[in-house]
Design a protein around this ligand. Sequence first.
Ligand code: MCN
Ligand code: CUM
Length: 782
Amino acid sequence: MAEVHGLGHSRKRVEDARFIRGQGNYIDDFKLPGMLHLDIVRSPYAHAKIKAIHTEKALATPGVLAVIDGPTLQKYNVHNMPTLMSDTQMVLPIDTVKYQYQEVAAVLATERYTAADGVAAVEVDYEPLPVVVDPFKALEPGAPKVRDDKESNHIWHWEWGDRGKADLDFDAAEVTIKENIYIPRIHVSSIETCGCVAKWDPANTHLTLWMTTQAPHAIRTVVALITGHLGLSEEKIRIISPDIGGGFGGKVPAYPGYVIAVAASIVTGAPVKWIENRTENLAADSFGRDYHITAELAGKKDGTLTSLRFKTIADHGYTDAAANPSKFPAGLFHICTGSYDFKSAFVEVDGVYTNKPPGGIAYRCSFRVTEAVHAIERMADVFAHEIGMDPAEFRMKNFIKPEEFPYKSALGWEYDSGNYQAALQKAMDMIGYQDLRKEQTEKRARGELMGIGISSFTEIVGAGPSKDFDILGLKMFDSCEIRVHPTGKAIARFGTKSQGQGHETTYAQIIAEELGIPADHIKVEEGDTDTAPYGLGTYASRSTPVAGAAAAIASRKIREKAKKIAAHLLEAAEEDLEWETGRFYVKGSPDQGKTIQEIAFAAYTNHPQGMEAGLEAVNYYDPPNLTYPFGSYICVVDIDRGTGEVKIRRFVAVDDCGVRINPMIVEGQIHGGLTMGFAPAMMEEITYDENGNIHGANFMDYLLPTAVETPKWELGETVTPSPHHPIGAKGVGESATVGAPAAIANAVVDALWHLGVRHIDIPITARKVWEVLHQHGATSEE
Ligand code: MCN
Ligand code: CUM
């Protein structure tokens, strides 16, 4: 039967969990008195029956206290948990495993190394079952069934748009193009892996759970809902997300390890720590992408686009654990009309079960937007080349025009604001586009391969609007609570959770701007559910659009009250007061005024009779719309005909995220984001053999770019404020990851189009390019 690779449970494996990082308050460093450690036995098979788990040797290992398996958890009915898409995920299996590296059992021990030794000593008898890893094969009649509890491997069908109208526009089109575009499975590689410390206090029946989560409140509610029957109600659960060392979406879902640690702490009464190593992180946690898209565009010979049809097969692994808003099983994939004015559009997506780990968005992308952007931006280039038009001119012709905003897209989104022409023009000026085209023509005549690729993307970030957005029923608003202390200093707490985005700086700046309290007098706190106001957390670049807005609104509420106090102190009517940053003064007599610090002191020492003392406010912000950041990226590549190596010579990125709160942080976000766009475009990919053995479960096989491979980024900006956001800001955290891959892929195909190449799937490795060159008889020897 299936040949499998050994999983190598060893001490070495535990040491691998540590990776270079800076100082901080990380789970990996947590030590509590009497703390126990968990390590996990994982399946070498992608699909197998568990016939027996032999624990004798493990239990005889000094320091090993217990081996926990599925049936143990079943007694408390916590062997399964709901996914964010209301599917079922095993915490530990009762009898069958569904993917390689799936949790089979957990070993509890006094030391981390002892737990690993215990794992190595557990023997499991498996009976391998037929495996299906290809989602197309999974849909064929007679394919091995991944889930016994489901009718078939088909999870759901979702469609959006007007099929009839799109079909008519395709029938009437002068030009139609069609490509198959695969966006491979990839995995985030945060500096810290996932982990937790669960501490059950039996005397007070109270659980504290320090965990690497991007959404602490949502986790608290979910834990309360699934453990309510055990008496663990929500006020007895405190989730604290300390420094989590990067999230990138991978720390949104709940993983079995968290649940097992909680169960183990409740049973033993001791604190229990679980932390993954690098391989577990890569092989078992939520993945990103894995979309097989058949994309079609229709238009006229003069380059006018008319219609779009995208059909997608989405590989979800063995359970649908996509971190999507409930209403949108394929996320916001229907932003795929991008920056262009289409008359009609129709998209359909089918979700499929396979013997792979679950997941379905996590990788710096707000709900399938990268897949949408990659497909439309690749297709825009194919269309332009097909009709012999310059790809920049083609984009300029089809862009939604600045005066058309707010713009209702063919798939129903209302884009808030944009000026796509300005961003592309700026990128073209920065890179010297016309000269590069001239150079390309000359080089082509000499047989040299040079390409220029453009990506003019539109993002969609900032969920809520709560009318359309919820996760497991929890509405996607977000929150800010500000308390101004008597001495004019303040603390501000948020329902979001920074993972390295610098919220401590930028939130303080928003409040400073609104209230005139210096930013370094404002303490920003997130991630502790006992103190922070309820919020849905940080992902999908929603913090600035939603919690950032809440910070501005809460500040303005404080200003309202401050005005009343100032009027009282100045013995003036409120209407006669003017605000300048940090101070109210009497109209016409600017020297008669009170600073926010004086007002704050009075709020506690001399507030008007009949008014509540104190100076604080909270806002739960439900955005009226999403924000639509955008940008134009241009990439120049040179390709070696001998080796197929692609060298990125230049990469210009012009981003527009509306008003920038902190330009340095925004640039940092774009630098990191571009590198995370470059990575899957050129290097990262997780594949499986037909038996479900993973290729890419360590950093020897899963290639991450370092400073050596990463190109030099050249940044530019335009500023088109969001009309509905209180300070005109849009999100930016993911834009560059979303926009970059298409620019790189377009540049490579642009270099090869004259040879007859229309499309290359990412990652664009030297080997792949060499093979393409060879197929077209175009390597240096041919
Ligand atoms: N910002 C700004 N002006 C704007 C927009 C944003 O100054 N107009 C600032 C913000 O105030 C914030 C930062 O830029 O400090 C990012 O803001 P935003 O776009 O609102 O995104 P979030 O804070 O919600 O961060 C989430 C986003 C996502 S979803 C992923 S994935 C990702 C990313 O951020 N993960 C990251 N960037 C990351 N950066 C680091 N270091 N680590 C991660 O895990
Ligand atoms: Cu989907 S990666 Mo970010 O949204 O945490």
